[in-house]
Design a protein around this ligand. Structure first.
Ligand code: NAD
Ligand code: UPG
Length: 462
């Protein structure tokens, strides 16, 4: 078992640290934020992630602890994982946290008595580990990479909301190293995952694999959204069209009768109000910027960004077809998190929709089962907050479903019980289109307010 320092105790750093501790390594998580550090040491997860509480309960303090003292953490460990943020600064990837962490690690390495391997886990554009991190480590430590310490790149593929399950049962582990020893150390680190396919490569290729994976998934979503927008305009339900596409054996995550047989590529073909989160938006933008600098056109991925930029606005377009003037309209927004299972609202499509509604004078009420505090932080008293789903639904003229929280599937039941019939606009297509009296959805032709003729016989008309 190894002694591990994880630099950056955010979504990736804390989940990786807790999972490695669960597997038996001794882990110290480092962060510049003393509040996060204190919470971890008190067994309180600073983020909402299913299963994290249990991992902390089982591993703190025996195998998992947190500190703000990066130097001490490096001096008492064999391996460090850099898991700090890599935002997009509007023009390119912002490597300032990577540079800062590398400088501190380098200074600590100068006094390290044993062999230490520095592994970049953050998502960084191809070339960063060898061209940015490695030279800083050498300069600050006065030592030579490959000779006195190792350097690796090990991208992370976890999804928020399923982060622990993804980390514990990954589809693959990619390890890039500057030399055989840097690869060997990572092989040893991941020996605790014996069943998992491992790809050994260079740091640059490891970095490229991460961007290629995220860009492909984001491309699939924007592709579906473009087809969804077209489908709606020409009288086709994209969900039905996609069911037909899914049956192609070359793509094959569905069996002949339409049941999903295994998760696969096409699970990322759900049209909706756009992709958000701390990864797809910033990673595609960073790759486009990086690619253009390298002389590539990057037109396809630029379009992926553009389609996604417009997609939340489709919710407002649909809403305005139910009512052109939104001034004074009571609109409930269900979901602030960028996806279910997390309290992360970074780049959430919900945020731009809420802002547009405020700008148009709507009376907005928001409900999210776990990310409500983030809406309160961002919008304060300019909107109202519902304590329950039922409260959000009562009194609304229209309801926008922005996040696919399972709880929101209760909407038909709640609406059935009340006298008022709100228009439901489903940005994630989680409801059956006939389950509420007035329904509109992304990728679905707009049917207008329902009449007895437009409704199936077994459902009561409004
Ligand atoms: N969030 C995800 O689902 C996910 C999945 C895979 C990869 N990634 C990548 O992992 C990286 C981290 O993402 P995240 O979502 O965990 O970020 P985050 O913002 O949640 O966490 C980063 C943490 O690093 C800390 N930090 C910054 N500089 C530091 C320093 N010098 N020393 C110690 N701590 C420092 C910050 O205080 C923060 O707590 C990014 O590159 C991201 O693209 C994220
Ligand atoms: O068919 C789909 C699938 C997803 N989404 C949206 O896409 C976004 C991202 O979803 P998801 O991929 O589930 O969550 P992330 O936590 O952002 O995970 C992505 O980004 C991580 C950070 O790089 C990677 O590690 C993961 O492999 C990659 O899936 C969310 O807004 C989803 O609502 C859709 O609109 N349609």
């Amino acid at each position: 078992m190894m002694r591990l320092a994880v630099i950056g105790t955010g979504y990736v750093g804390l989940v990786s640290g807790a999972c490695f501790a669960e597997k038996g390594h001794t882990v110290v998580c480092v962060d510049v934020d003393p509040a996060k550090v204190a919470m971890v040491n008190c067994c309180k997860p600073p983020i909402y992630e299913d299963g994290l509480q249990e991992l902390l309960d089982r591993n703190v303090p025996a195998r998992l602890s947190a500190t703000t003292d990066l130097r001490e953490a490096i001096l008492t460990s064999d391996v460090s994982l850099i898991a700090v943020g890599t935002p997009f600064d509007g023009e390119e990837i912002d490597l300032s946290y990577i540079v800062g962490a590398s400088q501190q690690i380098g200074r600590a390495l100068a006094a390290h008595e044993g062999w230490h391997t520095v592994i970049v886990k953050s998502t960084v554009v191809p070339g960063t580990t060898e061209d940015v991190v490695l030279p800083i480590l050498e300069r600050e430590s006065g030592r030579r990479a490959g000779h006195d310490f190792g350097v690796g790149m090990n991208p992370e593929f976890l999804k928020e909301g399923e982060a622990i399950a993804d980390f514990m049962s990954p589809d693959r582990i990619v390890i890039g190293g500057i030399d055989e020893r840097s690869i060997r150390v990572q092989r040893e680190l991941y020996q605790v995952f014996p069943e998992v396919a491992m790809l050994e490569t260079t740091p640059r290729t490891a970095e490229m694999i991460k961007y290629t994976a995220n860009s492909l998934l984001a491309t699939l979503i924007s592709f579906s959204n473009e087809i969804g927008n077209l489908s709606a305009a020409i009288g086709v339900d994209v969900a039905e069209a996609m069911r037909g596409v899914h049956l192609d054996k070359r793509l094959t995550p569905f069996s002949g009768n339409g049941d999903r047989v295994k998760p696969g590529l096409l699970t990322y073909l759900a049209a909706g109000c756009g992709f958000g989160g701390s990864c797809f938006p910033k990673d595609v933008k960073a790759l486009v910027a990086h690619g253009r600098r390298a002389g590539a056109s990057m037109d396809l991925l630029q379009s992926v960004i553009e389609v996604n930029r417009r997609q939340p606005g489709k919710m407002i377009d649909l809403l305005r077809r139910t009512r052109s003037d939104l001034n004074g309209a009571r609109i409930s927004v269900l979901g602030v998190a960028f996806k279910p299972g997390t309290d992360d609202v970074r780049e959430s499509p919900s945020l731009s929709v809420i802002q547009s509604l405020i700008d148009m004078g709507a009376l907005v009420t928001v409900y999210d089962p776990v990310a409500q505090h983030e809406a309160e932080r961002l919008f304060g008293s300019s909107i109202a907050y519902a304590a329950t789903l039922a409260e959000a639904v009562s009194n609304a003229d229209a309801i926008l479903v922005m996040t696919a929280w399972p709880e929101f599937r209760q909407l038909p039941l709640l609406i059935e019980r009340q006298v008022r019939t709100p228009f439901v606009i489903d940005g994630r297509r989680i409801l059956d289109k006939f389950s509420v009296p007035a329904y509109a959805g992304i990728g679905l032709p707009f049917a207008g307010a329902p009449t007895a003729d437009t409704y199936p016989e077994d459902l009561p008309p409004r």
